[in-house]
Design a binder for this molecule. Structure first.
Ligand code: LP5
Ligand code: MN
Length: 241
């Protein structure tokens, strides 16, 4: 009885070794899981289901084999792949989840999300997010040619890199008040997310003194890993290169 979590893989054609590590994991450890949750930024960027990279095709086929073998595979969008749609999900056998959801992990209701919405001090990012999550903006973007979309995504990446280098680490981390508010809104005391690339287990004290645990997933920049949750507890397991 085990549920697995991964996030922030940032897969792209330029880094085929990461895709291979994922495919090995999907065909091995993940086969024995009750479910696999991918909490966003599976891909470095996503410009539409009609423009599939070689990496995206390989990943779809590997996830499909896992879901066909009976392991449900869930996906929550990240800030890089929020345009991943139902067409790709169907191809990959992925079930798309809303941006915040609750999973019952062996008796512990647990909030799952990418994590970017908790970074409320990063007002420039939140403004950008509001713009690009607007359905009208997305329809306009998806109507552009693949070349135009690629160029726009590359410009957004350049602007993001430039602006992020001038932001403090604190601004780019989650806001503790936003975290507590989300816990209290959903009346749960466990949360798992990614996005900040700062893996850790944090303790929060909620109104009334209740203690809550927030687990931040590791990214795959250096090497691959996954979080394994069982009835006994959780553990981050590194994957061989
Ligand atoms: O991803 P990461 O960790 O490097 O940085 C994020 C935030 N940046 C982003 C932007 C993405 O990297 C851009 C790539 C998206 C690909 C999708 C393509 C499809 C849509 C393209 C539409 C243009 O998410 C970064 C945070 C950081 O996390 C930490 O939380 O700080 O936020 C920013 O840097 C945002 C900037 O402050 C403002 C962004 C300016 C971009 C301007 C682009 C112009 C196009 C405008 C269209 C509406
Ligand atoms: Mn992210």
């Amino acid at each position: 009885m085990t549920t697995l979590f991964i996030a922030d893989l940032h897969l792209e054609d330029k880094r085929p070794q990461l895709t291979r590590i994922l495919c090995d994991f999907l065909g091995d450890q993940a086969r024995r899981a009750d479910a696999l949750y991918i909490l966003g930024d599976l891909f470095e960027f996503w410009i539409g289901d009609d423009v599939l990279s070689e990496t995206a095709r390989k990943v779809a086929s590997a996830i499909r084999q896992l879901s066909d073998a009976g392991v449900p595979c869930y996906f929550i969008h990240g800030n890089r792949d929020f345009l991943l749609g139902e067409d790709y999900a169907a191809k990959a056998g992925l079930q798309l989840l809303p941006e915040v959801c609750i999973a019952d992990l062996y008796g512990t209701p647990t909030l799952l999300l990418h994590g970017d919405t908790l970074c409320t001090d990063d007002v420039d990012y939140q403004a950008f997010r509001t713009q690009v999550r607007n359905p009208q903006f997305q329809a306009m973007f998806l109507n552009m040619t693949p070349e135009q979309r690629l160029e726009m995504a590359a410009n957004a990446r350049d602007a993001s890199k430039q602006q992020s280098s001038g932001k403090s680490m604190d601004i780019m981390d989650v806001n503790a008040t936003a975290v507590r508010a989300l816990f209290e809104q959903h009346a749960v005391d466990q949360m798992i997310h990614g996005h900040t690339h700062r893996p850790a287990v944090h303790q929060h004290v909620l109104a009334g003194g209740t203690k809550a645990q927030r687990v931040v997933l590791a990214d795959w920049r250096g090497s691959g890993s996954y979080l394994q949750v069982t009835a006994q507890g959780m553990e981050t397991i590194p994957l061989p290169a």
